[in-house]
Design a protein around this ligand. Structure first.
Ligand code: LLP
Length: 421
């Protein structure tokens, strides 16, 4: 359940009418619900209780400081994959001992930043990275707590661009070589080996791939312990999917996911970490846009919106489906009309949906893309010199702009003309 519901015939975010925000902020904009973010975070903490655990929000899915502060104040940890995300977590007031550093190519500068600023653990992904981290930590007179990300060679059965747990993917070390790599890690002076990390992909809609991966991690835990390693923390990654097409999809619930974790790794006495992004942020956000024109085409009608692929790239990049709804609630039983929903950007890929049944919308009407909180604003760009899409956070009956739309002057001022011109 989220907190975007029709009230008195118009779509609200909690107690605020989206049309009222549109009046002030103009379109397009992202709008997030504090209550939904909170609810989703708590679903995970409840699902993992009573195991000792930490839910580390994957910042990459939605990185606005106000969102991070909202979750951080509830006690959430953060999963970061760059120096920039690390800075965001710190700026949102999250202490270093709640920040986990993931990612396949951490630079020495990023390692230094996290080691000096405080870190819960690095999830190391390769031997060269492990050696570099040991060197950086030693040069600072510190010891880096690490897990090693293992690649369990499991098919996550998700979109090929977001599957990460097969041996052909660039992530982690092959689980078959774990023994050898852990032995080397234990011998490096700047590292303290504390656990195992795994993440097999994103938008998983079945539990079975998780079950396979976590069973392998449980076996590996026993094996590494027998080899003398003090494995006390398991980072099980993120990836639990959300229903994008409501009514047609029912991915597993966090409680079922929690039960699976308890069943597969719960008896090992390890502290459990998870790194969910999408399940916390996805249905906590909508993208609100206005219809610019309705254009009659050859055998199809186009709904031309003021949002485009630069604001929400998922449909064009992954062929992803987002439900699109009219902000003014259609009368029950009203006829629908089939539209191709497109943006104004100059390429055919700027298409949000084809042959989508919608109410008979007209120019000036508002629409909302549901489930747009995750990998929406964070993947937005200024392609076609369209100003970076603003973000709004609702809390009960009030809201705040948490990232303003830049002016054209601000956009142009970021470029520099060299002195020879
Ligand atoms: N941990 C690691 C190491 C990850 O690589 C990811 C996502 C997560 C956690 C969070 O996964 P989630 O719970 O959000 O599924 N841009 C794509 C999704 C890319 C996911 C990348 N990694 C999309 O729009 O679908």
């Amino acid at each position: 359940m989220d907190h975007f519901l029709y009230r008195s015939g118009t779509l609200h975010a909690e107690d605020v009418a989206l049309a009222d925000i549109a009046q002030v902020v103009q379109t397009p904009f992202y709008c997030y619900s504090t209550a939904t973010l909170t609810r989703h975070y708590k679903l995970f903490t409840e699902a993992l209780s009573p195991l000792p655990h930490m839910v580390c929000f994957a910042i990459k899915s939605l990185s606005n400081l106000a969102v991070l502060k909202t979750l951080g104040e509830l006690g959430a940890g953060m999963d970061v994959v760059s120096g920039g995300e690390y800075m965001r977590a710190k700026a949102a007031g999250v202490p270093g001992d709640r920040i986990v550093f993931s990612g396949v190519g951490k630079t020495r500068d990023e390692m230094r930043m996290a080691l000096t600023g405080g870190i819960r653990q690095f999830n190391v992904e390769s031997e060269p990275e492990m050696r570099a981290l040991s060197e950086v930590a030693t040069s600072l007179g510190l010891v880096a707590p690490i897990t090693i990300r293992v690649n369990p060679d499991v098919d996550a059965r998700t979109h090929e661009k977001i599957a990460t747990g097969k041996s052909e993917n660039k992530f982690g070390i092959p689980i078959a070589r774990a023994s050898e790599v852990y032995a080397e890690a234990a011998s490096l002076p700047g590292l303290e080996v504390i656990g195992i990390d795994v993440h097999i992909g994103s938008q998983l809609t079945e539990l079975e791939p998780f079950e396979q991966a976590y069973t392998k991690v449980a076996d590996l835990t026993r094996q590494l312990r027998a080899e003398g390693h003090d494995i006390r923390r398991l980072d099980l990654g993120g990836g639990l999917g959300i229903p994008y097409a409501r009514g047609n999809e029912a991915p597993p619930l966090p409680t079922e996911y929690g039960d699976l974790i308890k069943r597969t790794v719960g008896d090992l006495g390890c502290e459990i970490e998870i790194e969910p992004g999408r399940l916390i942020s996805g249905n906590s956000g909508v993208l609100v846009s206005r219809v610019i024109y309705v254009k009659e085409g050859e055998g199809r009608d186009f709904l031309i919106l003021d949002a485009a692929m630069n604001d929400l790239v998922r449909p064009s990049m992954y062929g992803a489906h987002h439900d699109i709804v009219a902000v003014e609630e259609p009368e029950p039983g009203v006829d629908t009309h089939t539209f191709d929903v497109v943006g104004p950007v100059c390429e055919t890929g700027d298409t949000f949906a084809k042959a989508r049944p919608l109410p008979q919308l007209k120019a000036g009407d508002l629409v909302a893309f549901r489930s747009a909180g995750a990998y929406g604003a964070v993947m937005a760009s200024e392609y076609n010199t369209r100003p970076l899409v603003p973000e709004v956070l609702v809390h009960g009956d009030h809201y705040a702009v948490i990232r303003a739309r830049p002016t054209f002057e601000e956009i142009l001022a970021r470029d520099t003309i060299p002195e020879w011109l």
